[in-house]
Each structure stands twice: as structure tokens, then as C-alpha cells.
Design a protein around this ligand. Structure first.
Ligand SMILES: [Fe+2]
Ligand SMILES: [Fe+2]
Length: 355
């Protein structure tokens, strides 16, 4: 077993308060280390016992002051942040509502025990967002009120995978809990696409922005704790799918079919071409600019590196990477067509080629 680095050990043991100073890249380094160990469900369970945290221990008073003060100088960034917060709020609510069939149908006791902890985590994440919206963003009334504060079409694309594929896959497991293949399919959508690709990507760029701005300390600590929870979830999913592939290679074919089918809508969720960005890179302070190429590369790498561990061939992963890149290009082109203006990727491409 390779020795953990000091960053990995720090993330492993950090209290909620200490997480307020942890960089998301260190959380991901810890996650990669756990991936290499092929941690078992019970090892992940024991980690959960030690890494438990409470939303009630978070203090949002400084966050509320920061949020209110952003109206004057950072309205564009504030709007973008609120949009991202809302997407995560929807996501946490959706995964909380759809996990229980996967717990019930788990193929063995260790998997059921681990997934029970995940169910609690997802509920805690939804409560965390609900508190943040109420005390900082100033929207009371839970998810329904948060959604009403945004125009409904702005989140339509985002809801496709959550409202259709995730619900259909977990409903199929609920109706037929003894069909292990359906469970494998559910874990593929839930743990690999929704968490391992979409959530990890969103977390990274959101936390990096807040760290650069030096704002929202309560949210930062809580959301870093969320990210550490997600790292256990994703690692559980990878290990469960790896075992499924060993048990019967036909499960790998099924998994690959799901990835091929959902890659296009997953990339679309990241780009959201139907939503016009509130702020252009030219108007954004240089340290807060997010290069869409970095987002694309991180999201595809996040998915394919886990597919490799599960047992997919290098050829399949390369195919997924190429396909993903073509979907991003198509979504960027669609953005330009819909809004009649340049997509931010052009700014970065121009900038990169002029250096
Ligand atoms: Fe979560
Ligand atoms: Fe999760």
C-alpha cells in the first residue's frame, strides 16, 4: 500500500472547521489515493463514522454579509454563483429522493451498510443547501422557492438526466430489486455520471472561485465537507462496478451502453447552451475566469479515469473522450447560434494562441 501524502492525511482527518482551509485539489488527491487502494465498502463505512459532520455547526453570518455586499461590485458573478448553487440544490434533492431503491437492492450486506450512510449524507447535503439559501441567499421555502427565483427554462436542460434517466433507472431497481443488472445500471448513472462526472466538476470550479474571492467561509467549509462525502460515494460506486465486471463481463457491456447513451446529455448539462452567461470573460477579473476547455477536460478525465479502474478498455475510454469533446464543441456552437454571440471558449483559445 502506498503511503499517503501529508495532504491526503490532512483531508482524511480534517474537522469541519479545518475543512474551511482545505483546497479542493487536496480533496481530489485524497480521492485518487482512495481509488488506488480500491477501498472496500466497510473501509468506506468506517471512514464515514470518523468524517461525520453537522450542518448545525456551520456559521453563515459572515457569508450573509459577503453575499449582500456583492450586489454592488460583483452582481454578474453573484448571479452565476446563485445559478450554480441552485443546480447543486436540485441535484442533492434529486439524489436524496432516488437512492433508497439502490440501498434496498444492494447485492450484499457491506454494500447495503455503506449505501445507508450515503443516504444520510445526501439528506444532510440537501439540508445544508436549504439552510444556506434561507440564511444567506435570502430565499425561504426550500427547493421550490429557490427554483421559483430562477426562470424555469434556465434549469430545463439540467433536469433531463435527473428527472428522466436517474428516476427511471432507480424506479426499475425498485420494481425489480433482485435484478442485479438493473442495480449495476442504476449505480452507473448515479455514482459515475451524476456524481463522478457532473458533481465533481461543479464542486471543483465553484470551490476554486470562492477560494480566489475569499468569500462565503461557512459555505466553503460545508461544501468541502460535501466534496469529501462525495469522494466516498464515488469510490464506493467504482468498486461496486469493478466487482460487477469481474462477476460477469456482460455487466461491463451494459455499463458501457449507459455511458454511450448518457454522455451527450451529461456534456449538455455542463455547457447548458440554452442559458446565456451573465458575465463575459473580458469583464471577469483574470483570477476568476474559468476556461471552458479546463471544465471539459476535467469532466471527461474524471469519468474516463474511473471507467479504466472499473475495467473498461483503453479503446473504449479514448472513444468516450473523443465523443465527449465533439459534444462540447457542438454545444458551444449551439450556444453561439442561440444567442448570436461568441461563446467564452473563443476568448481562451485566442488568448492561448497569442501567448
Ligand atoms: Fe450529495
Ligand atoms: Fe453523493
Amino acid at each position: 500500500m502506498t503511503k499517503p501524502t501529508s495532504e491526503v492525511e490532512r483531508v482524511e482527518k480534517a474537522s469541519l472547521a479545518e475543512l474551511g482551509d482545505v483546497h479542493i485539489d487536496d480533496v481530489y488527491q485524497h480521492m485518487d489515493w482512495t481509488l488506488k487502494q480500491r477501498a472496500t465498502p466497510m473501509e468506506l463505512y468506517y471512514r464515514w463514522e470518523k468524517q461525520n459532520w453537522s450542518t448545525q455547526d456551520l456559521d453563515f453570518s459572515a457569508d450573509a454579509i459577503h453575499w449582500a455586499s456583492m450586489i454592488e461590485d460583483f452582481q454578474g458573478i453573484r448571479d452565476e454563483l446563485q445559478h450554480t448553487f441552485t443546480l447543486f440544490f436540485i441535484g442533492e434533492q434529486a439524489v436524496t429522493d432516488t437512492l433508497s431503491p439502490l440501498v434496498h437492492a444492494a447485492p450484499d450486506e457491506p454494500a447495503r451498510i455503506f449505501l445507508s450512510t450515503q443516504l444520510v449524507d445526501e439528506a444532510r447535503h440537501a439540508v445544508f443547501f436549504s439552510r444556506f439559501f434561507e440564511e444567506v441567499v435570502g430565499i425561504k421555502g426550500g427547493l421550490a422557492a429557490a427554483l421559483a427565483a430562477l426562470e424555469s427554462q434556465k434549469v430545463a436542460g439540467f433536469r433531463t438526466i435527473f428527472d428522466t434517466d436517474l428516476v427511471a433507472a432507480t424506479e426499475a431497481v425498485r420494481e425489480d430489486p433482485h435484478d442485479y443488472g438493473k442495480w449495476v445500471e442504476g449505480i452507473t448513472i448515479y455514482h459515475l455520471i451524476v456524481e463522478g462526472m457532473l458533481a465533481l466538476t461543479g464542486q471543483k470550479f465553484l470551490l476554486e472561485t470562492l477560494r480566489e474571492m475569499g468569500i462565503l467561509p461557512g459555505f466553503y467549509a460545508g461544501f468541502t465537507a460535501v466534496a469529501r462525502d462525495e469522494s466516498r460515494h464515488v469510490n464506493f460506486g467504482v468498486r461496486a462496478l469493478m466487482e460487477a465486471a469481474i462477476r460477469d463481463p456482460s455487466h461491463l457491456d451494459r455499463l458501457e451502453g449507459v455511458i454511450r447513451r448518457l454522455l451527450e446529455p451529461a456534456c449538455r448539462i455542463v455547457v447548458a447552451p440554452d442559458r446565456r452567461y451573465g458575465i463575459r470573460p473580458q469583464e471577469t477579473p483574470p483570477n476568476l475566469r474559468i476556461d471552458p476547455h479546463d471544465v471539459r477536460d476535467f469532466s471527461l478525465h474524471s469519468l474516463t479515469k474511473r471507467l479504466r479502474v472499473v475495467g473498461c478498455s483503453k479503446e473504449f475510454c479514448d472513444e468516450i473522450n473523443d465523443l465527449g469533446r465533439s459534444y462540447y464543441e457542438a454545444d458551444w456552437a449551439e450556444y453561439e447560434q442561440l444567442h448570436g454571440e461568441e461563446h467564452p471558449y473563443r476568448f481562451f483559445r485566442l488568448h492561448a494562441s497569442s501567448v
